[in-house]
Design a protein around this ligand. Structure first.
Ligand code: GDP
Length: 195
């Protein structure tokens, strides 16, 4: 796959809008504003395929991006955004949970974490939840350009320990700004499709 063709299929607000073609899917999970949209854009070499924003919490839909007619990346609404009502949080939570638990074509999840900070309780919950459902996980520690190179290993360790990452799960140091880790991330995603 060359990542030459990428398009937003649908921003779904409810499961009846999810694509039905049956292509394998990889979901992206992470806190609001952690850099999921930027990850998608960098990975697919696009500038504005996924909408990025300095304002957290705008994404309230499941966005399905089809790549090379072979794979769908699914941007899941970011968690941890405080300024929405409890009822709305619960509604997102149910939609995400429903998707993660029932989607047959889901092959794995990319969990995006800010390399600079220890994982939050919600990050840990998400990781454990994904493990519980035995979903393969790739951890992306993003915004690496904001740390000097020699500080990065310490922060990767902090993320590994904070989440309790199992040996079998890859942690990839990433930057949407510089493209660091982009090809490695893509390789890992493709590897999940052939498992
Ligand atoms: P999302 O809410 O998770 O989709 O986050 P966005 O992709 O919209 O990113 C949130 C903010 O972080 C934006 O201002 C981005 O420009 C910035 N950002 C995302 N990834 C990186 C990165 O790798 N490096 C730097 N320096 N900034 C980033």
């Amino acid at each position: 796959m060359k990542r030459s063709k990428a398009e937003l299929l649908i921003s779904a607000v409810s499961p009846d809008q999810f694509p039905t073609k049956g292509l394998p899917e990889i979901a992206l999970a992470g806190r609001s504003n952690v850099g999921k949209s930027s990850f998608i854009n960098a990975l697919l070499n696009r500038k504005k395929l996924a909408r990025t924003s300095s304002k957290p919490g705008k994404t309230r839909t499941l966005n399905f991006y089809e790549v090379d007619e072979s794979l769908i990346l699914v941007d899941v609404p970011g968690y941890g955004y405080a300024k929405v009502s409890k009822a709305e949080k619960a509604r997102w939570g149910r939609m995400i949970e429903h998707y993660l638990m029932t989607r047959e074509q889901l092959r794995g999840v990319v969990q995006v974490i800010d390399i600079r900070h220890p994982p939050t309780d919600e990050d840990v919950q998400m990781y454990q939840y994904l493990k519980h459902f035995e979903l393969p996980i790739i951890i992306i520690t993003t915004k690496a350009d904001k740390l000097s190179k020699n500080k990065r290993p310490k922060h990767v360790k902090q993320v590994r320990e904070g989440l309790g990452v199992r040996k079998e799960d890859k942690v990839i140091v990433f930057s949407a700004e510089t493209g660091l880790g982009k090809d490695e991330a893509w390789q890992e995603i493709v590897a999940l499709l052939s498992d």
